[in-house]
Design a protein around this ligand. Sequence first.
Ligand code: IPM
Ligand code: MG
Length: 353
Amino acid sequence: MAALITLLPGDGIGPDVTASARQVLDAVAERYGHDFSYREALIGGAAIDEIGNPLPDETIEACEAADAVFLGAVGGPRWSDPNAAIRPEQGLLELRSILGVYANLRPVRIYPELAGASPLRAELLDGVDLIVVRELTGGIYFGEKTRTSDSASDLCEYTSGEIERIVRVAARLAEGRRGKLCSVDKANVLETSRLWRDVTNRLLGEEFPGLEVETLLVDAAAMHLLSRPAEFDVIVTENMFGDILTDEASMLAGSLGMLPSASLGDSRAGLYEPIHGSAPDIAGQGIANPCAAIASAAMLLRHSLGLEDEASSVESAIADTISGGARTADILAEGETRVSTDQMTAEIIRCLS
Ligand code: IPM
Ligand code: MG
């Protein structure tokens, strides 16, 4: 098949891992007879430096014209003054909103050989296979903000329509997995969470009576994610709770460098990005872990291009590469040999069946 993929390398290690993802996509195209073409565009700090805008119009056009969008990472100390009027993260948030990608899927997959890289005891990790479905275009991230010299506010708003559509995505996913759905809120304090809980309970009862449903307050969920991670299947939650819980969940996998994500809406292109940030301290050194980016490219193949076999073979190639012993610095244990971003990528391509 032919597909147009827009690449937004962004900042820090973004360009490093985007190059890896592209190499793997090219290898898939060659092996399976597809024709992928790419368009590169600016976002984040790189776009601020060149154009003065973290999401230039040309970038929006390139994303809207594409079948799928791949993003590396945005942000870095050069643009990190929290009081600056223009910041790299605004570009990413605006892009998510413009593309309407309200459903952010963040699977947490454990590679048994990396159990030692997690701060958790290995026996707790046995059987961990969960996916967090994070609402991505609403909530406190997008509410009105105010600021005076001595006070500030961020408005958190949700409508029942926004809650229904994200819970449906999560419930459908759960139906295709182990049939368990955990909804996370803070209904003992927040009005938005009370609406979230009412809408979720009603919708699940009406449309998904077969699911095993659990409801957790977010503080308890943060604890349960560490005390019994293997019991979770699909977790659905609002924007900010999902942001926080997925960084926490990455520690189950051993490194932020392992976790991919897909952001989907009802139409238009999906947006695919590793969940890690721009890691400016290691940018350009060729040592970043490309696994999260490559696993995000696999999700792109699956969700935007409908290429399930290709997606699975990329995921197996990552697993085989890890089993084969290749380790970037972030997942390196004592006595193991460290490989570069390029070596890890080449090994994954070699393992593609
Ligand atoms: C993420 C990131 C972003 C977010 C930042 C960079 C705005 O942390 O994708 O998890 O908070 O959504
Ligand atoms: Mg985050």
